[in-house]
Design a protein around this ligand. Structure first.
Ligand SMILES: [Zn+2]
Ligand SMILES: [Zn+2]
Length: 1003
């Protein structure tokens, strides 16, 4: 069915019409976050698609024009990695050797590889999106708008360059942003070491005034410092203590018999004395048992400040030309030093950590960066030159080498495995390095207050993300590192002269004018060739070679998708900010955040007003979906097997549309969706079958029905519309979707079931007409209400109902598609709250009553004399419903009972016979069917047994049910004997008694 509808939509351009028909109407603006086409769509995209399709369909039906421009994310590391693999490249310098042009063109050729697969999956899922006019972030127009955004920020003083401690990926050889770093934390085992830093002169006594230990002059005094990154030790230029911490000097002699003095924080010594200074272990020949450690002095950190120590490595210390060399390899105070971990003394390598760098600046420490951007040791580090400090295959390799080196030199105090959370490259999984380098930043901190203020206006679904994940991230936001030392990306439109003059170009024309060259492409390999004469010194300005963080592309999307401000100015103004966007929870720190930051900076505005945040689809066992483990069914298979609507309905009614995770279960899906669909489909088929038989057509001037059930169903329908509107206006999709379940249950299991007989009556009376009219109205309206949620099913129902049964009442000319129809408006005049309430009460009483019957083991077919109910408000009509549903003779109001309803379960002789009569009727009706008689065939019944049921007991004054039985089974004659030439015979057991019957049609 769905495939057929897709063809129908396609051939009749229904999507295009749904947008074009609304020309001139108010716009409802939706921004689509661009996916990468470097892989095929997965469940995350399916969830996003369900949300991004349902909301625009709804607002379209509400009368708005909703364009749905698709986008492709084309730049950045993912595609560069693919190109590297295709070209067999392992190192960044190979790209430079080969030429950036060739590399970038390879990226360009690969980036849209899976577009057709995307079109197939998204199309089959039934999501309407304009993929033919998609924007792509590598288009010149798009990239030009990105330049404009950059220049806007530049002109407002929001872009600056700074040398600071960043995280870099040594394999990708680029800096990463705070957000990218936060993506890749993993628990890893590293090696932590305590190294021995020897004081150049023994520590003279402090205020404690304790006498000098005997022979102390000859003993070496070591300061113990702890690090989890041994590879940074060659870059050590200082040690840091805290002047408020108490330190001790400890005497200890090791196995070799050497007596040594160690300085460390007192509390740490006291807490882990035995671990740090083990009393005894297996000794080799010539070794002596260590003596227990003893404190020989105590003092606070102040005493240590300014003391010099011998560098562990002398690669830089021996360089007499090193700037600030005189300040190096000394002990400084640092407030960040604590006794939480380590020794209370920190090793300082300012080129490899933020705190360290700050300390270095404050104290004019020498600048030592012994590692290159590619993560290898520099040449001057002779013992390790050229080796990687964190090889991806074996991240501890260098640390182990350093440990061995220290041990060999007697400078290793201890080593230990250490588990901690360490950042990795989100794309290539290489451990990141904390590395001081130059980067360009967007000064988010300058506009943060304003961004927080603007964010107050955004409506989040679910609401908690607003102050929670998003709000917290925004509050803690730091300046955004936007420069990357890569190739395939939007570039920084910034030219710099040797005289340090800088110029930013915000458009292609500006660059063409200044350079006198035609510019057709804004990628690095093209624009890097373009120089611009310096207005100040006449020299040649060159582009700053960095490219932009891909998130700068994505965050510029509102402007760039429209090539604003170079084109579409008016269109942009009316569609900015977006009324609606949607993405996964991971985007709170990414797309949502960057959209907001750039809109604050560029437009002093929000970029979006309403946002739905979805959670993560997990495998049924709660684990991550893994291609390797194959622990989940392929989404396309699910769609082919159960239909896109079933998947949509399941997802939309689940907590995944309110940022929670969902353990995807095919069984849950079929239970949720197919039960509802089956009920709906049965209701729909019921109507179609009878309407066909009766050749019924809807009437435009139908009078409102007086029938209680009709009034109730129509009232429920108006309430459904109201509640749907409420939920959709609050962007609460799960709440909206779940409204259909009880409504369809009411329709199928109550309204239609109780109205069945009204459709059977052969006379075409008013009641029958009203039943038709009501059911028709409900089904057509329901198909419209379901259209955004289950677009296929709704379309099928709507088109059949409106085409096969004449034009739709009151809405002529829009029968081509439910998606071109107007959204129903609730008619408040039809709402009868009291009636709805009463019907609810009755339904729950019936449920309770049937439960009581089941407990008493009395079949529903067995009539009972009465039930008592507590409720005094129920109308007579409701009492009648109770009687029929519970098969009781009378309803008595009894305020004294505790429960809502009680049943009199006493079965009198008469009631027993009546129950048996029902059984007999049922048995014979089935016999008629089995015999293949037509519904209207008249018959003769012959029987044997159960005589009392037919003729009663005259002595006891009990009447039989012969007449009722005859009427129900259409018997013209009933004989208490077996027939000759019977067409059908059967023996059954009725309540323990045997009953034999034979049927014969009358001619
Ligand atoms: Zn990387
Ligand atoms: Zn210049």
């Amino acid at each position: 069915m769905e495939e057929e509808i897709l063809r129908y939509w396609d051939e009749n351009k229904i999507f295009e019409k749904s947008v074009a028909n609304r020309e001139g109407a108010k716009r409802y603006s939706f921004y689509d976050g661009p996916p990468f086409a470097t892989g095929t769509p997965h469940y995350g995209h399916i969830v996003a698609s369900a949300i991004k399709d349902t909301v625009p369909r709804y607002w379209t039906m509400r009368g708005f024009q909703v364009e749905r421009k698709w986008g492709w994310d084309c730049h950045g590391l993912p595609i560069e990695n693919i190109a590297e693999k295709a070209l067999g490249i392992k190192h960044k310098k190979e790209i430079e050797e080969m030429g950036v042009a060739k590399f970038n063109e390879t990226c360009r050729s690969k980036v849209l590889e899976y577009v057709s697969e995307w079109k197939r999956v998204i199309g089959r899922f039934g999501r309407w999106a304009d993929m033919d006019n998609a924007y792509s972030t590598m288009d010149k127009d798009y990239m030009e708008s990105v330049w404009w955004v950059f220049k806007e920020l530049w002109d407002k003083g929001l872009i600056y360059e700074s040398y600071r401690s960043m995280h870099i990926c040594p394999r990708c050889e680029t800096t990463l942003s705070q957000q990218e770093v936060s993506e890749g934390y993993k628990d890893v085992k590293d090696l932590s070491v305590v190294a021995k830093f020897e004081l150049t002169e023994p520590l003279t006594l402090g205020d404690s005034g304790a006498p000098l230990g005997k022979g102390e002059q000859e003993e070496k005094t070591y300061v113990l410092a702890w690090t989890t990154t041994p590879w940074t030790l060659p870059g050590n230029v200082a040690l840091a203590v805290n002047k408020d911490i108490e330190y001790v000097k400890v005497r200890y002699n090791n196995e070799k018999g050497d007596t040594e003095l160690f300085i460390l924080a007192k509390s740490i010594y006291e807490n882990s004395k035995e671990k740090l200074f083990p009393a005894a272990k297996e000794l080799k020949t010539g070794e002596v048992p260590p003596t227990p450690p003893e404190i020989v002095d105590e003092f606070n950190g102040t005493e240590l400040i300014g003391k010099s120590y011998k560098p562990l490595f002398d690669y830089y210390a021996k360089d007499e030309t090193l700037e600030n060399r005189e300040n190096g390899w000394k002990i400084y105070h640092a407030p960040f030093v604590t006794t939480d971990m380590g020794t209370g003394i920190a090793h300082e390598a300012p080129a490899f950590g933020e705190d360290d760098m700050e300390l270095g600046k404050q104290n004019n420490l020498p600048w030592v960066q012994h590692v290159k951007m590619d993560g290898t040791m520099k040449d001057e580090v002779t013992d390790f030159a050229g080796k990687s400090v964190k090889p991806v295959e074996n991240p501890q390799e260098m640390d182990i080498e350093i440990v061995k080196y220290l041990a060999h030199k007697g400078l290793l105090f201890s080593k230990e495995k250490y588990e901690h959370s360490y950042p990795h490259c989100w794309r290539c999984d290489t451990p990141l390095l904390n590395y001081a380098t130059s980067s360009w930043f967007v000064s988010v901190t300058k506009i943060k207050e304003r961004a927080l203020e603007l964010a107050k206006e955004i409506n989040w679904s679910p609401e908690h993300v607003k102050e929670g994940r998003f709000g917290k991230w925004l509050e803690g936001a730091r300046d955004w590192s936007i420069s990357r030392q890569r190739f395939w990306a939007s570039v920084m439109p910034l030219w710099k002269c040797e005289c340090s003059e800088m110029k930013v170009f915000g458009s292609v024309v500006e660059l063409e004018k200044a350079s006198g060259k035609k510019v057709d492409d804004l990628h690095k390999h093209i624009v890097d060739e373009i120089t611009v004469p310096c207005e100040k010194c006449g020299g040649a300005m060159k582009r700053v070679p960095d490219v932009l963080d891909t998130w700068f592309d994505s965050g510029s999307m509102p402007y760039a998708q429209a090539h604003y401000p170079f084109e579409n100015k008016e269109k942009f103004e009316v569609s900015f900010p977006a009324q609606f966007i949607a993405e996964g929870i991971d985007q709170t720190r990414a797309w949502f955040y960057y959209l907001h930051v750039l809109a604050t900076g560029v437009k002093d505005s929000n970029a979006f007003q309403n946002v739905i945040v979805n959670g993560v689809v997990l495998a049924e066992d709660g684990k991550k979906m893994s291609k390797r483990l194959q622990n989940y069914p392929d989404p396309m298979e699910i769609i082919e097997k159960h239909g896109a609507d079933a998947l949509r309905f399941y997802l939309l009614s689940s907590p995944i549309v309110s940022a929670e995770n969902l353990n995807f279960s095919e069984r849950d899906m079929t239970e949720t969706s197919r039960n509802v669909f089956r009920m709906l489909w049965n209701s729909y088929s019921f109507f179609v079958m009878y309407a066909d038989i009766d050749k019924w057509t809807p009437k435009n001037d139908a009078k409102p029905s007086e029938n209680l059930l009709d009034r109730w169903m129509l009232s429920e329908l108006q309430i459904l519309i109201q509640e749907l509107d409420g939920s959709m206006e609050r962007y609460e999709l799960a709440k909206a979707t779940r409204l259909f379940m009880p409504f369809i249950d009411n329709l199928s299991n109550w309204y239609i079931r109780r109205s069945r007989k009204r459709f059977w009556k052969s006379e075409d009376d008013t009641d029958k007409e009203q039943a038709y009219q009501t059911l028709y109205t409900v089904l057509v309206t329901l198909s419209k209400l379901m259209a955004p949620f289950t677009p296929f099913l709704a379309e099928e129902m709507y088109r059949n109902l409106t085409n096969c049964h004449s034009r739709e009442v009151g809405n002529p000319g829009s029968t081509d598609s439910v998606h071109l129809a107007e959204w129903p408006v609730a008619d408040e005049g039809l709402i009868d709250e009291k009636l709805n309430e009463e019907m609810n009460v009755v339904r729950s009483m019936v449920t309770a009553g049937l439960q009581l019957r089941a407990e008493a083991k009395i079949k529903v077919r067995q009539p009972l004399s009465e039930s008592r109910i507590k409720n005094q408000e129920l109308s007579k009509e409701m009492h009648e419903i109770l009687k029929e549903e519970l098969n009781i003779k009378d309803v008595v109001i009894d305020a004294s009972i505790k429960q809502e309803i009680v049943l009199n379960t006493e079965i009198t002789e008469e009631l027993k016979l009546e129950g048996e009569a029902r059984e007999i009727i049922r048995a014979i009706q089935e016999g008629r069917k089995k015999a293949g008689f037509n519904v209207e065939d008249r018959i003769v019944l012959g029987y044997n047994g159960m005589e009392g049921v037919f003729n009663g007991d005259a002595e006891k004054g009990i009447n039989g049910f012969k007449e009722e039985i005859s009427k129900e089974i259409l018997a013209t004659e009933v004989k208490n004997e077996l027939l000759e030439n019977a067409e059908y015979s059967e023996s059954v057991t009725i309540e323990g008694g045997s009953f034999e019957f034979q049927l014969k049609r009358t001619k």
